[in-house]
Design a protein around this ligand. Structure first.
Ligand code: AP5
Length: 218
């Protein structure tokens, strides 16, 4: 696929959007833009964007629309041909309307990774990561051999501030209230697909590939 296209990944926090986006970008050579990753990097670097976003992200709320729209405009809609996976945007109806308008002639496809709230909570509240080598663990499903220590490099594991249980609960509330209406917005427009995010990652990837083939056949 050389024409410019955008594939939007929807789904609750922890549905596996980032995991699947990385897989698709390896498998098909697609570009991948995650608004959450861009914001976390800005927080880490202490940029003006990061300073504004930090307290909002730590509370589980959404960062103001104009800030995230700027990321999408610069990194997704500008530039040359090819497919970009957009992960984490749109998160509310104004963002969805912005994207439809700003994309102009660029075709948009939407894949919604569906997952129940109980599994979301376990995946996120149990997630730990190694700040040194990036390896991801889950204290319920895939714990490190020694509690709190990375198997690969021996560094101390950390938890994303927004993965604390009370913040995950807030992220889910925001998702229900603001992001679920976005699903209905796209469902009515065609080019909308759903996959079951509760399966093993490899099974989810297989279902994603089937959808990509359908998109490519368009
Ligand atoms: P963002 O980074 O977008 O977070 P999120 O979507 O809420 O959650 P995750 O990134 O954790 O979920 P994911 O679906 O990518 O799952 P993942 O693959 O990581 O946003 C963070 C914050 O930034 C927001 O709260 C907001 O403040 C701000 N923000 C971002 N975009 C914004 C926007 N557009 N507007 C306003 N504010 C914005 O997987 C999760 C875990 O599950 C991992 O440990 C993974 O290994 C595991 N896992 C994945 N798939 C499976 C599987 N199939 N089976 C078992 N485990 C799995």
């Amino acid at each position: 696929m050389s024409r410019k296209e955008v594939i939007v990944l929807l789904g609750p926090p922890g549905a596996g959007k980032g995991t699947q986006a990385k897989e698709l970008s390896q498998q098909y050579g697609f570009a991948h833009v995650s608004t959450g990753d861009v914001l976390r990097e800005a927080v880490k670097q202490g940029t003006p964007l990061g300073k504004k976003a930090k307290p909002i992200m730590e509370s589980g709320e959404l960062v103001p629309d104009d800030l995230v729209a700027g990321i999408v405009s610069e990194r997704v809609l500008s530039g040359g041909e090819g497919v970009t996976i957009l992960d984490g945007f749109p998160r509310n109806l104004p963002q969805a309307e912005y994207l439809s308008g700003a994309a102009g002639d660029i075709p948009l496809f939407v894949i919604n990774i569906c997952l129940d709230e109980e599994t979301v909570m376990k995946r996120l509240a149990g997630r730990r990561y190694c700040p040194n080598c990036g390896k991801i663990y889950n204290i319920f499903f895939s714990p490190p051999r020694q509690e709190g220590i990375c198997d690969v490099c021996g560094s101390e594991l950390a938890q994303r501030k927004d993965d604390r249980e009370e913040v995950v609960a807030e992220r889910l509330r925001v998702y229900r209230q603001q992001t679920q209406p976005v699903e209905d917005f796209y469902k009515g427009q065609g080019n909308y697909f759903e996959v079951d995010g509760a399966q093993e990652p490899e099974q989810v990837s297989k279902q994603m590939s089937t959808v990509i083939e359908q998109i490519q056949a368009n």
